[in-house]
Ligand binder design. Structure first.
Ligand code: GP9
Ligand code: MN
Length: 641
């Protein structure tokens, strides 16, 4: 061990370059499950670039420190990105660092994502630390004092060679990044150019996007949107939710819920497969199952969140704008005057509020809620902490307080729009024992799947209390209740689809079933129906706008979803948890490769792979342009005061 450590101290250039390269390859193997001599060479050049830059520093001591920093930073960046990939299925970038302050609140989630494999990233650093401590200890016991022993001779690249290598490796990195710039799929891009080149390219793109003029000026957004809609299918033009009152015929359901209250509950980590599911003779979600029988139920809706997870789902449901995927929308766009559902209702004299039992600063909601135009928010301090999970209060407590607020709002004589964001079924789904009411078979109990079912069962039960409360307060008949899931719950790494399928007696697909969330709209007098149209979280606002008869002009608002009750066809984009260019239409889930042709498609009906998907090429081209348009739109929105 001491030889290894001495080498690091004497000739860090070789050994640290090699160690970081080894870790870059470990990352490649874990994330992309593939390695090739060409990719290894590209990684080598990018690792070498930093080492050679350090070699240009003349002071030996400073060089040593920089190597140490390089070693530690690269190790933790790659290790962190590996764990991050396991949850998000995306390669972390510098913007992920903005979320580090949230780590303490989700430490149990992070812990459950770490595997023993991660130790491989750390062995060399640990060995070095042990060596350094032992060496110091020995020295102290010999001389009775601490002393730094300078290394008199250490290896250093000749200045001219280091300069030449910097130039060469820099050119090769720029070349690799440029060659992959046309690949929309971020995962593929990261795989092609390697971790550090990918980081450099993301930073460069963000920097140049700031300086460049918008590609589609605001005044051209409506026309571009219209053109895109008709490009995919002329039917889109007539079902566009730009302004529901604009079409020649009145859309179905238009204004049927006008003037009623809206209570919209975003259910944490609730996937659609739990609806109607029974385990060992017990219904997992009896309350929602009952509701479905008397509601509009949309079983083919999918998550579309980006880096902002729960908060992105809130953002989308209230704006019908796609998350850019580059940053949590709450962090990146809360300075904007966001067109939104709370504002549309607010303009009609509604009282608007949002309720969530976590700290409001989590995901910068303290900035997002005002930007969305919610008049009031009720966060952590409003709830009695019943220590349900690491965030604090339970859903029952959320609804207890919420019902009081709804009662007060109703008392003022105004209609209200209240959004609830539930939290009790948060990953890793470990809820208090006395709240676990399902009796699960042995092979499910105690697994993540078992914990998930228990947590969702609790979420459902708490929801029942909200519904009962609304009935008791006499609000039920005049309130539209909307439920939807924010994103998947079951982690891919802990739940083999075949195993889940076998245990639950369903056909669980690792992507289609995982990203499928429920959407339920209940209103007294609204006839129950199962609406099979494919949809996403961007479609929630246009669908509700139609039901409530809300309208607007293009200057005020440009939503990027569709009214699911009137659309004849739908294509929705997904990025971040799947690479950019992925989409769901009414038939398939498509995931691109480098482009369309080398992509993969799965039938939504059978979950089987579809080999001939050429007919959907226009959907692929459309969704890329559509999401770009949404990005251009949100970027150009004016700042709010
Ligand atoms: C906490 C909640 C966390 O406020 O948003 O949920 P997550 O975003 O991790 O799903
Ligand atoms: Mn969530």
């Amino acid at each position: 061990m001491s030889d290894f450590a001495r080498h690091i101290r004497k000739s860090p250039f070789f050994i640290i370059t090699l160690l970081i390269l080894a870790k870059a390859e470990l990352f490649r193997l874990t994330v992309f499950s593939a390695m090739s001599p060409l990719r290894l060479f590209i990684d080598f050049l990018s690792v070498l670039l930093i080492s050679c830059l350090i070699e240009l520093v003349p002071q030996r001591r400073l060089r040593q420190i920089l190597y140490g920093v390089y070693w530690v930073l690269a190790t933790f960046a790659l290790l962190g990105a590996t764990v991050y990939y396991r949850y998000f299925g995306s390669v972390a970038t510098y913007t992920t660092l903005f979320e580090l302050n949230q780590l303490p609140a989700v430490k149990s989630s992070v812990k459950s994502l770490i595997t023993p494999m991660e130790a491989l990233y750390l062995v060399d650093l640990l060995a070095f630390v042990v060596y350094a401590v032992v060496r110091r200890f020995r020295k102290r016991s010999r001389s009775g004092m601490l002393a730094y022993e300078p290394i008199r001779k250490s290896f250093k690249l000749p200045y001219s060679l280091a300069t030449a290598l910097v130039a060469l490796t820099l050119i090769s990195s720029v070349f690799a990044v440029r060659a992959s710039a046309d690949t929309p799929n971020e995962l593929k891009r990261a795989e092609l150019v390697g971790f550090s080149n990918y980081q450099a390219s993301v930073i460069w793109n963000a920097f140049s996007a700031k300086r460049e003029k918008p590609e589609i000026p605001m005044k051209d957004v409506p026309a571009t949107k219209q053109a895109l809609e008709s490009k995919v299918q002329s039917a889109f033009a007539s079902t566009s939710a730009t302004n529901s009152t604009k079409g020649s015929e009145t859309p179905a359901y238009f204004g049927s819920q006008k003037g009623k209250n809206l209570v919209m509950v975003q259910l944490e980590a609730t996937q659609n497969f739990v609806i109607g599911l029974s385990v060992a003779g017990q219904e997992v979600t009896p309350v929602m199952n009952g509701l479905v029988k008397e509601s509009l139920y949309f079983p083919q809706v999918f998550q579309q969140i980006g880096q902002g997870n729960t908060s992105d789902a809130e953002f989308m449901a209230n704006t019908s704008i796609y998350p850019t995927g580059v940053v949590a929308m709450s962090k990146g766009y809360s300075n904007k005057d966001l067109p939104s559902l709370p504002k549309l209702f607010g303009n009609l004299g509604y009282t608007t509020m949002t309720l969530h039992p976590n700290e409001v600063t989590f995901w910068d909601r303290d900035k997002m809620y005002p930007a969305l135009g919610f008049q009031t928010y009720y966060d952590k301090p409003y709830y009695t902490n019943d220590h349900f999970n690491s965030f604090g209060a339970s859903d029952e407590e959320l609804y207890r307080v919420g019902l009081q607020k709804l009662k007060e709002a109703a008392g003022s004589g105004n209609s209200f729009y209240a959004q609830f964001v539930s939290l009790s079924s948060h990953h890793p789904f470990e809820i208090p024992e006395d709240k676990q009411e399902l009796t699960l078979p042995e092979d499910i109990a105690g697994t993540q799947l078992g914990n998930y079912l228990q947590a969702v069962h609790y979420t459902d039960k708490a929801l029942g209390k909200l519904i009962q409360g609304l009935k008791d307060e006499g609000l039920w008949d005049n309130t539209v209740l909307v439920l939807y899931g924010d994103h998947f719950g079951l982690q891919e790494k802990d739940n083999d689809p075949a195993d889940v399928s076998q245990k639950l007696g369903i056909d669980y697909h690792s992507k289609i079933t995982r990203f499928n969330i429920p959407l339920i709209v209940h209103a007294s007098g609204l006839e129950a129906a199962r609406v099979e149209r494919t949809g996403g979280q961007v479609d929630i606002l246009p669908t509700l706008a139609n039901l409530f008869g809300l309208s607007w002009s293009e200057d005020e608002f440009i939503p990027f979803g569709r009214d699911l009750l009137n659309a004849d066809r739908n294509v929705i984009g997904m990025r971040y948890y799947l690479p950019t260019g992925s989409f769901f239409n009414d038939d398939i889930l498509f995931i691109p490769g480098k482009g369309f042709e080398d992509g993969t498609a799965y039938s939504l009906k059978t979950h089987e792979q579809v080999t001939d998907f050429s007919q959907y090429k226009s959907d692929y081209e459309y969704i890329l342009e559509w999401m770009k348009l949404s990005d251009e739109y949100v970027k150009q929105l004016p700042k709010h005061n």
